[in-house]
Design a protein around this ligand. Structure first.
Ligand code: ATP
Ligand code: ZN
Length: 210
């Protein structure tokens, strides 16, 4: 019997809930902060602890059979994977925001404007669908400081409470995407009986909760 591999986030917003759902499925494993791989002792499964950004491609390429990651990261990496199950945690909204003093009223006004983001693929897709051509500036973090520094006219980022926007003199302008953690699978594992068993256990954990 082949040992399956599931990739989850090593540390960050999705780590704790990912570990929790696997434990609630009755899987027994050590969760040492220092180890990158952990063997489940009562199911043919290994857990890989990775940066969330790497998870979709690892699953696409079959290095991991399964993964738990935010939908935003799947879309952003353009990975070709199966969406097996939404998991109900890690919920967030990706929004375009502008300076609180901005007079921008509608999306068309973003034509020709600079928008800073760490999610250029999602943003480009959205703007193209709306027929808008902005100057997308990809930066890896702290996009909220862009407008204040004159780096960009707007930003596109994950917003949860809006507190970070506010403290940087920004206001939400348009919702682009809702995201939550999902269980993804490699395209070739659909008929695997262990995957089916795991999926069934995850679904019963989720339905016991709701
Ligand atoms: P890593 O070190 O693994 O690359 P990271 O810093 O890129 O981690 P986190 O901030 O831990 O990522 O966020 C992981 C995911 O959690 C996001 O991609 C998103 O799907 C989800 N998420 C939920 N709420 C938020 C939030 N308020 N801010 C950022 N991400 C959120
Ligand atoms: Zn990341």
């Amino acid at each position: 019997m082949k040992t399956l591999k599931i990739a989850i986030q090593k540390s960050g917003r999705l780590n704790e809930k990912s570990v929790e759902i696997l434990k609630n499925c009755g899987l027994a494993f050590e969760n040492y902060k220092s180890s990158l791989i952990s063997t489940v002792t009562n199911f043919p499964l290994e857990i890989l602890f990775l940066r969330d950004d790497d998870i979709p491609e690892y699953v696409q390429d079959g290095i991991a059979d399964l993964g738990i990651v935010g939908e935003n990261v799947i879309v952003e990496t353009k990975a070709e994977v199966d969406y097996l199950q939404k998991l109900g945690f890690g919920k967030c909204t990706l929004k375009i925001a502008v300076q609180a003093t901005s007079t921008i009223q509608n999306l068309e006004e973003l034509n020709g404007k600079a928008v800073a983001t760490s999610y250029p693929v999602i943003l480009e897709k959205f703007l193209t669908e709306k027929g808008i051509k902005s100057d997308i500036r990809t930066i890896s973090g702290s996009v909220e400081i862009g407008p204040g520094l004159g780096l960009s006219d707007a930003i596109f980022d994950i917003v949860s409470t809006g507190g970070t926007l506010k403290s940087n003199g920004l206001k939400p302008f348009a919702d682009v995407m809702q995201s939550e953690a999902v269980l993804i699978g490699n395209k070739s594992i659909a008929d695997n009986p262990e995957v089916a068993e795991l999926l069934q256990r995850i679904r019963s954990v989720l339905s016991a909760k709701s």
